[in-house]
Design a protein around this ligand. Structure first.
Ligand code: SF4
Length: 370
């Protein structure tokens, strides 16, 4: 069997070996090569692809698994119209609505995370974004309290940021990583959101990077996008040098425009995770919302497909399986949730991040000042 669209027409197994070995040797794949992989249909071929993705994960991530949980600090009544989201004010859903929370629920979430070896806890709010003013002061207070309150890293996902000053304030409060998904490709984005743009999201990420904050950015698959859109999302995440890449799988919520969207087959989901690992070999690829409902008994295969991070505890508007069950799954697979490398494993052997990063990790020869 050959890859149908491959110009090389070499057997598929040899093609995986060629691309996989190139990544193990420190190289990368092109958009066209990633699309070749994303178009594979045969289950036996997908299993071969997963085996290579697993090998790449093991080489660059070892057996460490980064765990995240979230605390919903402000729920519902969001001004934006993301078509997958139960928290948009545009849609009639059963999702709860409440204003910005007091310190206690955040403290509880931190304590639970500390008890379960969870790497990071994200403070999440359903609103358009964060501006300077009293709300930013309150957010910074909560981040400071989280930092004082245990060993899990305080992260935040608080929507669009429209000035450098806001990102700098978050950094000063002790924030080291911010979650801001691109959601899908630049082409597909306007089909699921019209109240803000893909460029708005990229601009937010740029402010955060300039402030020295690590980036957690991924997307949601299964919204009706093409395979090429998923590849383009991963390529864009490679371009912005995201540190953590959450892959959410649509869980259609009654009352949203996507309530009747056909679910992605589990093998298509696993293949997508593998393609992300080929494109982003050193990054934390995190499986987030929609895992339980879409993958069911195949959840543990996300690690074979190349995932190195897991969202545990409940999601924003839907339930997840209990944390104890996830921890047992990791133990059964020989994986270790004790992750505390501060993203040091995303630095290449020559001491530098890849050419797009722009961080302080310059290769030894490039760091020599004139
Ligand atoms: S995804 Fe975020 S910005 Fe979009 S509607 Fe939901 S809460 Fe609002």
């Amino acid at each position: 069997m050959t890859l149908a669209d491959s110009t090389t027409e070499i057997p598929v197994r040899e093609r995986f070996a060629e691309l996989g070995q190139r990544i193990l040797d420190g190289g990368e794949i092109s958009r066209d090569e990633a699309i070749e992989l994303a178009r594979i249909e045969d289950n036996a071929d997908i299993m071969d692809l997963l085996a290579w993705a697993n090998r790449i994960r093991e080489q660059f991530k070892g057996n460490k698994i980064h765990l995240c949980s979230i605390v919903n600090a402000k729920a519902g009544a969001c001004s934006e119209n993301c078509s997958f989201c139960a928290q948009s004010a545009d849609y009639q859903t059963e999702s709860p609505r409440y204003g910005f929370v007091d310190p206690e629920p955040v403290e509880e979430a931190m304590s639970e995370a500390n008890a379960n070896d969870v790497t990071a806890v994200g403070l999440v709010a359903a609103w358009r974004g964060l501006k300077e003013g009293p709300m930013l002061d309150e957010v910074c207070d909560r981040i400071r309290e989280m930092k004082e309150n245990g060993k899990s890293r305080p992260d935040a996902s608080l929507g669009l940021i429209e000035s450098q000053a806001v990102a700098d304030r978050l950094k000063d409060a002790g924030l080291s990583c911010y979650g801001h998904n691109l959601e899908s490709s630049r082409r597909f984005f306007p089909e699921h959101c019209t109240t803000h743009t893909f460029e708005d999201r990229l601009k937010t990420i740029q402010f955060l990077k300039t402030a020295g904050i690590k980036i957690c950015s991924g997307g949601i698959i299964g919204m009706g996008e093409e395979r090429e859109d998923r590849v383009d999302l991963a390529m864009q995440l490679r371009e912005i040098d995201a540190n953590v890449v959450p892959i959410n799988i649509l869980n259609p919520i009654e009352g949203t425009p996507l309530e009747n969207q056909e679910p992605l087959p589990p093998m298509e989901i696993l293949k997508t995770i593998a393609v992300f690992r080929f494109i982003l070999p050193r990054k934390e690829i995190m499986i987030a919302g929609g895992r339980t409902v879409n993958l069911r008994d195949m959840q543990s295969m996300v690690f074979t497909a190349g995932a190195s991070a897991l969202m545990v505890g409940n999601y924003l508007t839907t339930l997840n399986q209990p944390v104890e069950k996830d921890l047992q799954m990791l133990r059964d697979l020989g994986l270790d949730p004790d992750w505390d490398n501060d993203f040091a494993d995303q630095v290449s052997a020559d001491g530098g991040c890849d050419s797009r990063c722009g961080c302080d990790h310059q290769p030894a020869e490039a760091s020599t000042t004139a």
